[in-house]
Design a protein around this ligand. Structure first.
Ligand SMILES: [Zn+2]
Length: 878
């Protein structure tokens, strides 16, 4: 046979084969072999009951092998394709074609012919009763089965990974190597460059492209977060377009080998084996952009990888922003005041009172004019410089400041006169940047928010194709007050209808949400429902979780991260899977706790918000919960005991909120007792915070005498909670003064709950009423009077902070008689002292009722309010 191999192949071949007759494997072993065609093959010894013939060889090119086995009475024939590299081929004896009457026991000659011009190095052959292959190293196996007529096993000798990992993610660079070692007991060497072309694991984009194992197009097809797992030329390839995609590929591969992760370092039990099963897969998450934060091993979106951080943009010699610049609200970063404010004040918001946004405005509050073309161009130019310098990311936030001011310059007002709403104006700005960025970076996404004044869908514009628009059901208690339900829940009608409007005007692939399932909220299943709600509408943009859920935090991450990949997964099944994998012997008890909390939340229509209702925390529920947590901690692995205590504490804190109106009830007292016990057992407890909670949630004054020392009242509350709460709870919020009475904000019912309000003004404890289209338009307080005398009503009031909203009209009545009606006369961003003379005959001895009503016809949850820092009834000297 004439040999016509190109010289290149000969050169490569010599790396692999020291000389005829010896195969040199990538791990340095020298194995004797026979070169085909040319040399004759050894006849394998027959093995009783054998069902397979296994051939072990190396080929430097793919080809088709002809196999003819002669025995006295006839011959067996087989023909099969092979890949380049070292491999075992597992051939079921029953599949061989026969001529004559051949016999396996009496083989005389083995004829093996590679395709013309191809060459293989035959290392060995043997009969086998099953598909097991005696080999000390790692084998990547695809077994004979109903659809695989010829089995293959590739030895794997090393890992090649050439991708660059950022410093904080270096631990992931050799994650596959470490986990394979755990799984198989074999430590594969890992190198940055391939010294061998075959029988390696090619990890990541660079290695896959260099070896031509995958094309750039194939990788691109799965997107930034997707991956491909394939077997190419005896190499196992695991690669994504980004290292994040590659990481998901690694964990998917490990999962298919029986090693499933529940949290970093926590995985399913593995039995050591040197066999890996061939997997071919290509996948990508359902949501294309930002997803549930978490480590890659549970399919979380490792923070700071997909999403660019303007604070690390590296495009300024000295960062032009202040400490309030965060990862989102990038307006101040895009148009830094330091560069532009003096020469171009018109780039910044002209406020409704005619003043320009001050230069010393905190970066997080910077609002830009959204119609000035030069301002938009300046922002776009910086956005482009940011992306050019940091092209490794997928997502870049383009967002106004965290404020509700709006620009009323001529340009912006002209747009409003055309019927543009605030969202149109916002999109005018966002799209102006997005179009310029898209020309240069068509595969990057910009994140912008439908947030407060931009929550309603636009009337005239729509988001540019490279914008992920995140609707913020903000704050959770307002446009979507029910955090336990999706946007079909009747309580969430504002968010539900606004999202429906967005779907009318925007490609759903670009839409997502910016939600608030943080802190001790029990919104774990509620968020799952919301993801599924979005998925049913094909809203595949980004999901931003503001803050992290702290109760069953690891389960939250696991379930959310998985659902962000595949929202069709069953939430309950994911919970069970996690609990079984994570809590060891305590799994059944933890399941009981989770069901007792979340199943009841699901079925209790009284629950309306982020905190369950008071009725949810029955005495028996509280007692069982506390006992179950104690049992779970006893049974659980050491590593989760503190976590379980933390979870119990968080759920009890929900109970404190729920029972805040009746903290001395049997359930309320039991919750306080256990809550304080946990706090007492923790040497790091901040007693000042506990005292704050005692006041806010039980109206009990408790002072910290010495930092770090438990106040004596706490011990009393633990000993006899019900009695201590009854004794120390303050219930009267009207204070007698020498010249009248002082009515604290706590005395008012019906309006917004009292808050310490200090936004753009000196801080005061205050209470407010919203517009008439809300349920909080009216608040009332009852105060007693002993003596009747000419008096006045005195209070410090404040108009809603939004400059574009005129002060609302109010009505004040005492005992049903109007003492004032009209414009509230109070300033914005500060307090105005108002004194109103009370007409004779209005006050009476005994209980009197003071009512503040907001008369503005508004449904706004963020504007049109009127606020007072309490009130006084003062006698006036005649
Ligand atoms: Zn403007």
């Amino acid at each position: 046979m004439k040999m016509r191999w190109p010289a290149v192949i000969l050169a490569v071949f010599h790396l692999w084969c020291l000389s005829a007759g010896v195969y040199s494997s990538p791990d340095g072993r020298q194995v004797s072999c026979r070169t085909l065609p040319g040399e004759s093959c050894e006849v394998p010894a027959w093995k009783e009951n054998a069902e397979y013939l296994v051939l072990h060889f190396f080929a430097e090119e793919a080809g088709m092998l002809e196999l003819n086995l002669n025995s006295g009475g006839g011959a067996f024939h087989e023909r099969f394709p092979y890949s380049p590299g070292e491999q075992f081929k597992i051939l079921p004896l029953r599949n061989f074609r026969r001529t004559g009457t051949p016999s396996w026991e009496k083989l005389k000659a083995v004829g093996m012919t590679p395709a013309e011009g191809k060459k293989i190095l035959m290392i060995g052959s043997f009969f086998a009763v099953d598909q097991r292959i005696p080999f000390p190293g790692l084998l990547l196996v695809s077994r004979v089965n109903e659809i695989t007529p010829v089995g293959t096993a590739y030895p794997l000798y090393g890992i090649v990974s050439s991708d660059v990992y950022p410093k904080q993610l270096l631990r992931e660079k050799d994650a596959l190597q470490r986990h394979l070692n755990t799984l198989t007991g074999i430590a594969l060497p890992q190198k940055e460059n391939a010294e061998h072309s075959f029988n390696m694991i090619l990890l990541g984009k660079e290695a896959a492209l260099k070896q031509n194992a995958l094309s750039g197009k194939e990788l691109e097809k799965q997107g930034f977060n997707g991956f491909t797992i394939a077997v190419k030329c005896s190499n196992l390839v695991i690669a994504g377009e980004s290292i994040q995609g590659t990481a998901y590929g690694v964990y998917r591969f490990l999962e298919t080998q029986g090693m499933k992760f529940f949290a970093p370092g926590v995985h399913s039990a593995v039995g050591k084996t040197n066999l890996l099963n061939v997997v071919r897969a290509a996948d990508r998450p359902f949501f294309n952009g930002k997803r549930a934060p978490g480590r890659w091993c549970v399919y979380g979106d490792e923070s700071g990888f997909a999403l660019a951080d303007p604070r690390n943009a590296g495009i300024d010699a000295v960062f032009p922003g202040d400490r309030t610049q965060w990862i989102d609200h990038t307006s101040a970063f895009l148009v830094p005041k330091k560069y532009y404010y003096d020469e171009h004040p018109e780039f910044y918001c002209l406020r409704a009172d005619g003043t320009r946004m001050p230069k010393d405005t905190q970066d997080v509050r910077v609002m830009l004019c959204q119609s000035n073309p030069d301002g938009i161009r300046a922002a776009a130019e910086r956005a482009l410089r940011w992306i050019r310098k940091n092209p490794q990311h997928l997502l870049y936030v383009i967002q106004q400041g965290d404020d509700s001011e709006r620009c009323v310059c001529e340009g912006c007002e002209a747009k409003r006169k055309l019927g543009w709403n605030e969202t149109d104006l916002f999109l005018n700005w966002v799209n102006g940047i997005a179009e310029r960025v898209g020309r240069e970076f068509p595969r990057k996404y910009l994140l912008s928010y439908a947030y407060i004044s931009t929550q309603p869908a636009p009337e005239h514009l729509k988001p540019a194709a490279n914008v992920h628009l995140l609707y913020a059901p903000w704050p959770n208690r307002l446009s979507a007050p029910n955090g336990f339900r999706d946007f079909d829940a009747p309580e969430n009608i504002v968010a539900g209808s606004q999202l429906a409007d967005w779907l009318e005007v925007s490609d759903p692939e670009q839409l997502g949400i910016y939600d608030y399932p943080a802190g001790n909220s029990l919104t774990h299943r509620g968020m799952a429902l919301r993801l599924k709600w979005l998925a049913r509408r094909n809203m595949r943009g980004s999901i931003w979780y503001c803050g992290t859920n702290r109760i069953f935090a690891s389960m939250f991450t696991y379930v959310q991260a998985r659902l962000c990949w595949n929202p069709l997964l069953d939430t309950r099944a994911l919970e069970s899977e996690f609990i079984e994998g994570y809590y060891g012997n305590a799994a059944e008890t933890v399941k009981k706790i989770v069901a007792s909390v979340y199943d009841r939340l699901d079925s209790d229509p009284l629950n309306n918000g982020r905190v369950p209702s008071e009725a949810f925390f029955t005495e028996s529920f509280v007692k069982t919960l506390i006992a179950d947590f104690a049992a779970a901690r006893k049974l659980s692995p050491e590593r989760v005991r503190r976590e379980l205590l933390h979870d119990e504490y968080g759920i009890l804190e929900n109970g404190l909120h729920a029972c805040s109106k009746n903290p001395a009830s049997a359930a309320g007292a039991a919750i306080w007792k256990r809550y304080l016990e946990i706090a007492t057992a923790n040497p790091h407890t901040d007693w000042r915070k506990i005292c704050d909670s005692l006041w806010t949630l039980a109206k009990i004054r408790c002072e910290v005498e010495k930092n770090g020392k438990m106040p004596s009242l706490i011990a009393e509350m633990i000993r006899n909670p019900q009695q201590a709460i009854r004794e120390h709870r303050q219930t009267v919020f009207v204070e007698k003064r020498p010249n009248g009475v002082r009515i604290s904000p706590y005395a008012f019912e019906g309006g917004m709950a009292p808050v310490f309000y200090h936004w753009k003004c000196p801080g005061r404890l205050a209470v407010a009423v919203r517009g008439t289209m809300t349920e909080q338009y009216r608040m009332k307080a009852v105060f007693p009077l002993e003596l009747l005398a000419p008096s006045e009503l005195v209070f410090e009031g404040q108009s809603c902070d939004k400059l574009f909203v005129p002060p609302v009209p109010i009505r004040i009545t005492i005992n049903g008689k109007t003492v004032f009606e009209g414009g509230n006369g109070c300033r914005k961003h500060g307090w105005t002292l108002r004194r109103i003379r009370i007409p004779e005959g209005v006050l009476r001895p005994g209980d009197n009722t003071l009512v503040f009503e907001n008369l503005a016809k508004s449904d706004s949850r963020v504007s049109h309010w009127f606020m007072i820092a309490g009130a006084e009834i003062r006698r006036v000297e005649e």
